[in-house]
Write a protein that binds this ligand. Structure first.
Ligand SMILES: Nc1ncnc2c1ncn2[C@@H]1O[C@H](COP(=O)(O)OP(=O)(O)OP(=O)(O)O)[C@@H](O)[C@H]1O
Length: 252
């Protein structure tokens, strides 16, 4: 395993007595999109959240095993969680912009992580808004409230906000499931663009979306990782019968 590798080893997550994720070991290749699929309740979101210690916020949650990122096991209790979340951005199902201006939404995290110079900050805000294809839509109203944007624009703003702290990994939990088809297509285009610079792990319920946007796909069922392979192979010739059944819509 290279020093920079991003992978889990025997990762288990419990809520109280209940085990939601069972000894999952998987590696996330650099600058590729990995889709996590599986029926509701199979542990996809729990697994995703454990990749940047978001489960810490749930009192009943407990993790066993390892998550290695750039040579650090982030499950180590000494991990600096603030720094970790700077390295790994997270985008949620529902866009959750701050009740602030468009500009401030993007500038906030960057300032928090040390970019204070006004010019530098303005350049970074522009760069992040350009990366998420929002710049042309918002450049004349940067100081208006982010809440006045459409749902799709708000979601792209949240992605711009997570880019502003310069992460290397982006975690996305059904980032397009609350959006209309046009906004969904924009998010998918954006993901294709972002993977040039970031490793992306995305939970999706939408099989066509997983097939369109991901390089690798992982199928979860009842907390187990059943199969993980190239998306092309997973969707045309999966090894496990339950993967085939799920992908062809026979359950879930
Ligand atoms: N905060 C929590 N407290 C207790 N149990 C939880 C909590 N969050 C999730 N669970 C349980 O853990 C299991 C996995 O849930 P998780 O949300 O990770 O699945 P999922 O595959 O992402 O589902 P969905 O696709 O519906 O979002 C489920 O049985 C769920 O009920």
């Amino acid at each position: 395993m290279s020093h920079n590798a991003f992978y889990t080893k025997n990762l288990s997550v419990y809520y109280g007595e209940k085990q939601a994720v069972r000894k999952v070991s998987m590696e996330f290749p650099n600058r590729e999109v990995v889709a996590l699929i599986g029926p509701s309740g199979c542990g996809k979101s729990t697994f995703l959240r454990s990749l940047n210690r978001m489960n810490d916020l749930i009192p009943a949650a407990r993790i066993e095993g390892e998550v290695w990122i750039g040579g650090d096991n982030i499950c180590d209790p000494n991990t600096d969680v603030v720094r970790l979340r700077q390295r790994i951005g997270m985008v949620w199902q529902r866009a959750n912009p701050f009740h602030k201006s468009i500009y401030e939404n993007v500038a906030f995290g960057a300032r928090y992580h040390g970019t204070r110079n006004r010019k530098e900050l303005a350049a970074l805000v522009e760069q992040c808004l350009r990366k998420t294809a929002l710049w042309d839509e918002v450049k004349d109203r940067l100081h208006q409230s982010a809440l006045a944007l459409s749902g799709g624009q708000q979601q792209r703003l949240c992605i711009a906000r997570s880019l502003a702290v310069r992460p290397s990994i982006l975690l996305m939990d059904e980032p397009a499931s609350a959006l209309d088809p046009v906004s969904t297509a924009k998010i998918e285009e954006l993901i294709a663009e972002l993977k040039k610079d970031y490793s992306i792990v995305i939970v999706t319920h939408n099989m066509q979306q997983a097939a369109r946007i991901s390089d690798k796909t992982a199928f979860f069922f009842l907390g187990d990782l059943i199969e993980y392979d190239d998306t092309q192979k997973m969707f045309t010739n999966p090894t496990r019968k339950s993967t085939d059944d799920y992908i062809s819509g026979r359950f879930g």
